[in-house]
Design a binder for this molecule. Structure first.
Ligand SMILES: [Zn+2]
Length: 55
């Protein structure tokens, strides 16, 4: 579940999710981001990072 950044409304389920590798930090460790695309019924689509995982 995610909250719309504009109106604060709850959106239960993402329309889609995908994974994206972030840039390596100074220690050379990468972070894999899981991003969700949500649809607010009032404001439209927004993205939210659902999970950060070190890989
Ligand atoms: Zn909204």
């Amino acid at each position: 579940m995610a909250n719309c950044p504009k109106c604060g409304g709850n959106v239960a389920n993402p329309r889609k999710t995908w994974k994206m590798a972030g840039r390596p930090d100074k220690a050379g460790k990468r972070v894999e981001l899981t991003i969700g695309l949500f649809d607010c019924s009032k404001c439209g689509a927004f993205r939210k990072v659902l999970e950060k995982r070190k890989i």
